[in-house]
Design a protein around this ligand. Sequence first.
Ligand code: NG1
Ligand code: ZN
Length: 532
Amino acid sequence: MADAIAAAAAKHPPAEKVKYQYGTAGFRMKADILDSVMTRCGLIAALRSRSLKGRWIGVMITASHNPPEDNGVKLVEPMGNMLAEDWEKLSTQMANLQTPEEVSKFYHETATRLKIDRTAPARVVIARDTRASGARLLACTLEGLKGAGAEYKDFGFLTTPQLHYLVRCFNTEGTHQEYGKPTEVGYYEKMGNAFQRALKGKEAAGSLTVDCANGVGGPKLTQLIKYIPKEALEIIVVNDNVIKPESLNVDCGADYVKTNQRAPPSSKAGPNDRCCSLDGDADRVMYYFKDANNVFHLLDGDRIATLAASFLGDLVRQCGLADSFKIGVVQTAYANGASTQYVERDLGLQVVCTNTGVKYLHHAAEKMDIGVYFEANGHGTIIFSEATLDKIAEYEPRNPGQAQALEVLRACVELINQAVGDALSDMLLVEVILAHKQWSCNEWLATYTDLPNRLLKVKVTDRGLFQATDAERKLVKPEGVQARIDDVVKKVRQGRSFARASGTEDAVRVYAEAATRAEADDLANKVAKIVE
Ligand code: NG1
Ligand code: ZN
C-alpha cells in the first residue's frame, strides 16, 4: 500500500513555487497547476471515508463561476455537507508536500494519529462540471483513489448539488433518513414530484427564462424539465452551450448578473419577463426582470431568503404548527440592511449574521428548527432539524385547511435540497411560492426597498494584516482603522460599511450602504481610502 500511494503521487509532482490552499470553496486555481492536487485529494477522500468506516465521500471537480481556464475540487461529507474543517487543513498540508515519499508518509502518519483503520473500506462518489480540463483532472483524481485502494463511482457530468444529493442518498439508503434514490434520475424524479405536489394545482404565471452560464446546469435542467409538466411551468433554457467550454460564465451566469447588476447582453427578455441565472456548477441562482419602463431589477439571495421565510412562516401557521418551531434566517454582513429589517420587523423572525462562506451559514442554520440561509450572491438553502422533520411527518391536521397546508409543507421539505444550496431546487421553490401567492416579480420586489449599496475591491500589499471580528463587520487589525471607519459611517444617513479580507482573492472587500446611491458610493470610496 505504501508504495501504491507514493507511486500515485509520483505521477503528478506539484507545480514549483505554488502554495496550495483548501479555501472556502475547496482548491480553486488555474487548471494547469492542479494535477498533483487532484491525485492527493483522491488519497485524502479515501482516508476520510476510512475514518468514517467506509461511508461515502464526494469529490466534485469544478471552479463554479470562475473563468473557463480555472478549475478546482471540493470534498463532500457523508450527509452532503462541506468538508470538516480539520480535514480542510489536512488537505492543504497534503497538497503542499513535495516528494511522493512525503505524501505516503503523511497518509500513514495521519491514519495512525487519528486511529484510522487503513484496511477499512473507502468509498467515493465523483463528478465534474463541463470544463475542458475536467477529463484530465478526473484521471488524476482516479489515480489517487486507485493508489489508496478506494472503491469509487464516477457519475460523469453533474451539478455540484446533484453530487451532494447522491452522497447523502448513498449514506442514508435503507435508513429512516433515506434521502432519495442514489441516481441522477432519482434526483429529477424527487424534484419533479415534489414540485408538482407543492404547487397543488396552482400554475406559474408566465414562463421562466433560465440562463445556464453555458455550464453543466444547461443539460441537467433540460433533463429536469422532462419531469415538470409544461402546464405547471414553462421553462425556457438559454446559454446552455457546453460544446464550447470557452464560453462558460462569459457574459452570462449568476455571477455576471450580480456583479454587473444587469442581464446578460444576449438576453432577449422583454418587460416583466421573469428570468434567472445559474452559475457554472448550478449552486447559485439570481432572479431578475426589466420593469415596464425598462429598468433592471435584481432579486438576489436576500430576496429568495425573505420570500422563502415568509412563505414557510405562513404555511407553518396555517398548519397550526406556529408554536411548535421557530424559523430563523441566517445572513452575512453583505445582506442588504433593508432585508434584515424586513425579516426582523415585518416577518417577526430571528436573524443571525455569520462570517462569509456557506459553511458558516449552514452551521448557524443547523442550530435552528427551520433555518433559511442565503448569501446575497444567491447561494443558499433551507434546512430542517431532525425534530422538526419528525414533527412535520407525524403531525395530524385538525381540519381541511390545516391538511392542505401540511401537504404543501411536506412537499416543500422534499423539494428543498437540504444537503447544500442548489440553484435548480431553489428556483423551483421560488416558482412554487410565486404561484401560490399569484405574484409577479413586481410584487416580490415591492415587499421592501433595498438600500443603495456599493461593493469595492481594494488591492492591498498584505490582506493577512486585516483581521475582523463580529461576523467580519469590525476590524480589530490594523489598529485604529475601525475607529476611522466608524467616524465616516456616523456622518451618513442609514450608513453601514465594513471592510474585510477576501477569503478567495488577494484583496480587501469594502461594502457600504446608505439612504441614497450617491451617499453609498461616497461612503464606500472613503472607507476604501482608509484601508488602502
Ligand atoms: P470572499 O472572497 O471571501 O469575499 C466570495 C464571496 C462569498 C462566497 C465565497 C466562496 C462575496 C462578497 N463573497 O468570498 O459570498 O461565495 O466567495 O465562493 O460575494
Ligand atoms: Zn457555484
